[in-house]
Ligand binder design. Structure first.
Ligand SMILES: Nc1nc2c(ncn2[C@@H]2O[C@H](COP(=O)(O)OP(=O)(O)OP(=O)(O)O)[C@@H](O)[C@H]2O)c(=O)[nH]1
Ligand SMILES: [Mg+2]
Length: 358
């Protein structure tokens, strides 16, 4: 049976509701890939539909160099333990994507050191790191030297084995494979869950695989409305919005996160989120009422417009020089003394705190 060249699913003409459907007997693309590519119409979302264990089993069975593709903007989600558990005993090359979303003033070395440090903390052993430059506007390898760097690292580390790209949904795996091949072969889109099965590409003497992304359990992008993806995902380099804070302050990232900071002494909070997101600043006093009243109206986008669906995570330690990470939505870098921090997000979202990335 033929596979769709865009998403890897088996092509079939029997059931329009199942993956791989195409009404044409000679098609190479399924109807979903065709519509995604030409009209950006997602038809059916697979953000929550892909069986991670099945993908990990298939990858495990390969004798391959693992290229762990991690979105720098959504870095914490990319280090997901299940991926790494499956790649135990395998050689891992980390390829960081979407560097163009973060300020140019932060150099390659700082990002590399950061990645190495975080991986060490998570007991992840890497054979190499490559940071790729903007693959959307510089998709052709001839005007993007970092694509050549990926090839070099692969050639050096492959040691006769196949090569498999894996990572979280939406990390940019298929975009990277297309850039490596210098052709728009595989379907890419802003909707997590675009690639649906392994895609095998015959290279000279070995195979290169693209794989479906693993669902990011605690990420805003897994649960938001399709129409909000374009607001949440930054489209260009982020210019952080910086607030100077004193006393008790409540900050809102759209209707996604409320961050209450207590007893701030000359604190600066830099928001690395999409430039399309509305940020609000107010007093902690009365914040509950404001959220109940404005959630889904002034405070948008939302995962749920019910304040009862929010849960609180408290951070009591020293926040100076730390990032508050809202996976899929961005991070807030705190500098200065804060006594306590309460972060409220939807119960499905997993807030984390880390050493500042930038
Ligand atoms: N800004 C920016 N966006 C990128 C880059 N690379 C990929 N993207 C965007 O990221 C989104 C996801 O890209 P894909 O290549 O489909 O991601 P994937 O990892 O294959 O996703 P799944 O198949 O769902 O696992 C698309 O909207 C791409 O345009 C990059 O270098 N910079
Ligand atoms: Mg893909």
């Amino acid at each position: 049976m033929k596979k769709c060249t865009g998403c890897g699913s088996l092509l079939q003409s029997e059931d329009p509701k199942k993956i791989g459907y195409t009404p044409k007997s000679d098609a190479t693309l399924c109807q979903r890939c065709f519509r995604l590519t030409h009209y950006n119409d997602v038809m059916v979302s697979y953000r929550e539909g892909i069986d991670a264990l099945d993908i990990l089993d298939k990858v495990n069975a390969l004798d391959a160099l693992i290229c762990l593709v991690v979105d720098l903007f959504d870095f914490e989600a990319g280090l997901f333990s299940r991926i790494l558990a499956s790649s135990k005993n395998k050689d891992v090359l980390l390829i960081a994507t979407k560097r163009d979303l973060l300020p140019k003033t932060t150099g390659y070395d700082k990002f590399s050191k950061y990645i190495m440090k975080r991986c060490k903390q998570e007991n992840i052993s890497l054979k190499g790191i490559v940071i790729v430059e903007d693959l959307v506007h510089k998709a052709q390898s001839e005007n993007n030297p970092s694509v050549e760097n990926v090839w070099q690292a692969i050639e050096e580390l492959r040691l006769g084995r196949d090569v498999v790209m894996m990572g979280m949904a939406n990390a940019g795996k298929s975009t990277l494979v297309n850039a490596l091949l210098n052709e728009k072969k595989i379907t890419t889109s802003a909707h997590p869950g675009t690639t649906l099965d392994l895609i095998e590409i015959e290279m000279k003497g070995y195979k290169l695989y693209d794989t479906p992304g693993i669902k990011s359990e605690g990420s805003v992008l897994t649960y938001c409305k399709e129409c909000d993806l374009k607001t949440l995902i930054p489209q260009k380099t982020i210019k952080p919005t910086v607030f100077q804070l004193k006393g008790n302050q409540s900050l809102a990232i759209g209707g996604i996160a409320r961050i209450d900071l207590y007893d701030c002494e000359n604190v600066s909070a830099a928001f690395y989120v999409s430039n399309m997101m509305n940020l609000h600043r107010g007093k902690i006093e009365g914040a509950d009422e404001r959220w109940k009243q404005h959630l889904g109206k002034e405070f948008v986008p939302v995962l749920s417009d019910t304040w009862n669906d929010f849960v609180k995570t408290t951070y009591q330690g020293n926040l100076d020089g730390k990032d508050i990470v809202i996976p899929g939505c961005g991070f807030v870098c705190i500098q200065g003394k804060v006594k306590k921090c309460d972060v409220y997000v939807d119960k499905k979202v997993m807030v984390t705190f880390r050493e500042a990335m930038i």
